[in-house]
Design a protein around this ligand. Structure first.
Ligand code: EPZ
Length: 429
C-alpha cells in the first residue's frame, strides 16, 4: 500500500511535459485489434490502465513490443476470439471497449462487466442498446457480458444521454458493419475525435467525430498504421490548477490549448493569469482567488474529470462557490478527506457548496478514485504541514509519474512504499 507524503506550502515553478491522453489510449489500444497487422502507437502514457490493456491484448494473442518509454508496437495478426478473464478486466472501465472491437472482428465478444472509479450509478444500457441496434444479442451472466451477431448491419443509433463510452463502442462496433451507421447525440470529447482519426488511419470510414452526429460507413479491410495519441487534457488541467493553487508559475508543455478552453476560462475568471502558446500554456498564480459557480457538462462544457481538482482550489478562494456535478451521481467522495484538512464544504446530492477558508492543514487522507486523488494532492501542496495520501494506486491508474513531475516543479513530495510485512500488519490493526 504505497503512500504519497507531501510537505505543503511550496509554489510550483518551472516546466512540465504532458503525457498522452489516458482516455484516448484506453480506446485506441483495443481498437488496434481491428488492424489485423502492425500498429506503432506513439505518445502512450505510462499508466496502469494502459498496462492492463496490453496484458489483455497479449492474452488474446497480440504481439506487444515497447519501442521506447511511450511508443508501443502492437501486432494483432494472430488475435483469437477469446473471452477476456474477469480478473483482468474487472478493475477498469475501459475494458468494455474490447466488446465493441471483438464484436466487429469476430461477430462475438465475451468480457467482464466493467469496473473503474466508483462515481455512483454507471450502467451500460446505452452500450448494449447500440450493439442490439447493429444486430447483436447479449447476455450478462456470472459477471461476464457476452455479445454475438450473425451479421452486423449499419443502422441509426440515438443515445438517450451523452455518453463517451457508448459513443466509442458504437464507433468500434460499426466500422465493419454492412452499410451506414448514424450515431446521434454522440459525445464530442477530444478522445472521441482521436479514436476516429486512428480508426480512419487503419482503414475505417468515419465522418463527424467531434460533433453530435457521427456517420460510419462499414468497410471490409483494415491495415496496420502508425499513430500518435493526443496530449491528455485532464492531466494538463490538473497541473494548471495545481500551479494556480500554489500561487506558482508553471509552463505546461505538449498541450492542445483548444482542448483546455473550459479550464482556462474558469481559471482566468477566478483570477489566475494564463498565457497561451501554440502547444504550451503558462499559468501564473495570484495571492487570492474569487469565488465562482461551476457545473460539469459534456465537452465542450467544463469536464467532470476536472471537478475534484477545481474544488480543492476553491476551498481557498474568497467567498462561497457552488459546484454542480452534471454527469455522475456521486463524484464528491473526496469531500470528507478535504474536510480533514480544514475545508468547509457541504454536499447535497449533486451540489457542493464551498466556503473559502484561510488555510488548509496537512492530514492523513485516503484516495477514493482517480481524480479524487488529484484533488487531495493539490490540497496537500497548498496545506501547512504534512499530508499523507493512502491508496495512491487509484492515482497511478491515470497519471504518469505524478510525484516525479511535481518534484521537478519544486514540490516536496515523496512516494513511500510500505514493505509487504508492515503493510499486512498495518491493514490488520
Ligand atoms: C468516460 O467514462 C471516462 N472514462 C471518464 O473518465 C469520464 O469521466 C467520462 O467518460 C465522462 O467524460 C474513460 O474514458 C475510460 P460516460 P464513461 O459513458 O464512458 C451514464 C477519468 O477520471 N451512462 O460518458 O463511463 C453514466 O452513468 C474517468 O478519467 C448511462 O446511463 O462515461 C454517466 O452518468 C472517470 N448508460 C453518464 O452517462 C450508459 O450505457 C456519462 O457517462 C453509459 C453511461
Amino acid at each position: 500500500m504505497d503512500k504519497f507524503i507531501i510537505n505543503g506550502g511550496r509554489k510550483l515553478r518551472g516546466n512540465v511535459n504532458i503525457s498522452g491522453a489516458k482516455n484516448a489510449a484506453v480506446a485506441i489500444i483495443p481498437a488496434a485489434i481491428l488492424a489485423g497487422g502492425v500498429c506503432v502507437i506513439e505518445n502512450v502514457p505510462q499508466i496502469n490502465d494502459v498496462t492492463i490493456d496490453l496484458q489483455i491484448l497479449r492474452h488474446i494473442g497480440a504481439d506487444i513490443r515497447l519501442l521506447d518509454k511511450s511508443t508501443i508496437r502492437i501486432d494483432t495478426k494472430h488475435i483469437r476470439d477469446t473471452a477476456i478473464p474477469y480478473e483482468m478486466a474487472r478493475h477498469m472501465r475501459a475494458s468494455y471497449y474490447f466488446l465493441g472491437t471483438m464484436l466487429s472482428k469476430f461477430n462475438h465478444a465475451k468480457v467482464s462487466m466493467p469496473g473503474g472509479c466508483d462515481l455512483g450509478d454507471r450502467p451500460i444500457d446505452q452500450h448494449t442498446k447500440c450493439f442490439k441496434a447493429l444486430g447483436a444479442d447479449y447476455t450478462i451472466e456470472h459477471g461476464m457480458v457476452e455479445i454475438a451477431a450473425d451479421k452486423l448491419t449499419g443502422t441509426q443509433i440515438y443515445f438517450d444521454k451523452v455518453t463517451v463510452g457508448a459513443t466509442i463502442n458504437a464507433m468500434l462496433a460499426s466500422v465493419k458493419a454492412e452499410g451506414l451507421t448514424i450515431i446521434e447525440n454522440a459525445a464530442k470529447e477530444p478522445h472521441i475525435v482521436d479514436l476516429a482519426n486512428f480508426l480512419n488511419t487503419i482503414g475505417a470510414d468515419i465522418m463527424g467525430a467531434g460533433t453530435d452526429v457521427i456517420k460510419v460507413r462499414g468497410v471490409k479491410t483494415f491495415k496496420g498504421a502508425d499513430y500518435s495519441i493526443i496530449p491528455d487534457q485532464i492531466e494538463a488541467g490538473t497541473y494548471m490548477v495545481a500551479a494556480a493553487a500554489t500561487k506558482g508559475d508553471v509552463t505546461i508543455n505538449n498541450v492542445i490549448p483548444k482542448h483546455l478552453e473550459p479550464i482556462t476560462s474558469k481559471l482566468r475568471k477566478i483570477g489566475a493569469v494564463i498565457e497561451e502558446f501554440d502547444d504550451s500554456m503558462r499559468i501564473m498564480g495570484v495571492d487570492s482567488y474569487e469565488r465562482t459557480n461551476l457545473k460539469t457538462m459534456p465537452h465542450p462544457g467544463f469536464p467532470t474529470d476536472m471537478q475534484p481538482q477545481f474544488a480543492a482550489l476553491l476551498t481557498l478562494a474568497k467567498g462561497t462557490s457552488i459546484l454542480t456535478e452534471g454527469i455522475f451521481d456521486n463524484r464528491f467522495r473526496y469531500v470528507d478527506e478535504l474536510r480533514r484538512m480544514g475545508a468547509d464544504i457541504s454536499v447535497d446530492g449533486k451540489v457542493a457548496v464551498i466556503e473559502g477558508v484561510e488555510r488548509l492543514t496537512g492530514a492523513p487522507v485516503k484516495v477514493a478514485d482517480l481524480r479524487a486523488g488529484a484533488s487531495l494532492i493539490i490540497a496537500g501542496l497548498c496545506a501547512d504541514g504534512i499530508t499523507e495520501i493512502e491508496e495512491i494506486q487509484h492515482i497511478e491508474r491515470g497519471y504518469e509519474n505524478m510525484d516525479l513531475k511535481l518534484r521537478a516543479l519544486g514540490a516536496d513530495i515523496v512516494k513511500r512504499k510500505l514493505p509487504d510485512a508492515i503493510e499486512s500488519i498495518a491493514t490488520a490493526i
